[in-house]
Write a protein that binds this ligand. Structure first.
Ligand code: GDP
Length: 201
């Protein structure tokens, strides 16, 4: 099978509301995180060439769950809860931050984190916190600057360089690229990163 077609195999496996409900901690996993509305579901769907695979974080009941997608017997993608959905209480927010932290810290098969940031508003508090956690647990992070089609080439490139140098100043294994689900920009680059983390390289 062509490497680019590999991600089409993604199938919904299961949801976990807490760490104990995650599938067995075996093989290789890459997780996707981002603030609500950053374009996470769209990115997963385009990367897997599968329209309805990941549901938007606005879908009721999906917000607090970790959603697992199986690629093959050894490999999975994980859609982490979108952060910042307005209409939930502080206690629920704390709860799912706790779940997120537990997953990131304890999941041994987790090989990398794809962090979605809107190219027009990168490096918000949540993003900085995720980078901090990732550095702490030595988890590599690949940033997708999403909705790149919303900016002209010049400003998009400027945002890319700004984020790249901000990441360089932090400790941690961080990379970044421009991405657009609408224009399918950056899909091959994202596949390459996933291949490396999932030991398909
Ligand atoms: P999530 O909450 O992070 O899962 O974000 P979604 O994938 O649901 O996207 C949030 C909104 O941004 C939706 O209205 C999408 O149509 C829009 N969106 C997502 N990706 C892109 C993109 O690449 N370009 C543009 N123009 N809009 C996008």
């Amino acid at each position: 099978m062509e490497p680019d077609n590999y991600y089409r195999q993604a199938r919904f496996l299961t949801s976990a509301a807490k760490f104990s409900q995650c599938p067995p901690d075996e093989g290789y996993e890459v997780a996707f995180a981002g603030r609500s509305n950053a374009g996470k579901s769209s990115a997963i769907n385009v990367i897997c060439d599968h329209r309805g695979l990941a549901k938007t974080s606005k879908t009721p009941g999906r917000t607090q769950l970790l959603n697992f997608f199986e690629l093959d017997e050894e490999r999975r993608l994980v859609d982490l809860p979108g952060y910042g959905y307005a209409k939930v209480s502080v206690s629920i927010k704390k709860d799912w931050q706790g779940n997120l932290a537990t997953y990131l810290e304890k999941r041994r098969c987790l090989k990398g984190l794809i962090l979605m940031m809107d190219v027009r508003h990168p490096l918000k508090d949540f993003d900085a916190q995720m980078l901090e956690w990732a550095a702490h647990i030595e988890l590599p992070v690949h940033v997708l600057l999403t909705k790149a089609d919303k900016l002209k080439k010049g400003p998009a490139t400027a945002s890319f360089h700004k984020v790249k140098s901000a990441l360089k100043e932090r400790r941690g294994d961080f990379t970044v690229q421009l991405f657009s689900s609408l224009k399918r920009l950056g899909v091959a680059e994202a596949h390459q990163r996933l291949n490396a983390w999932l030991h398909r390289a």
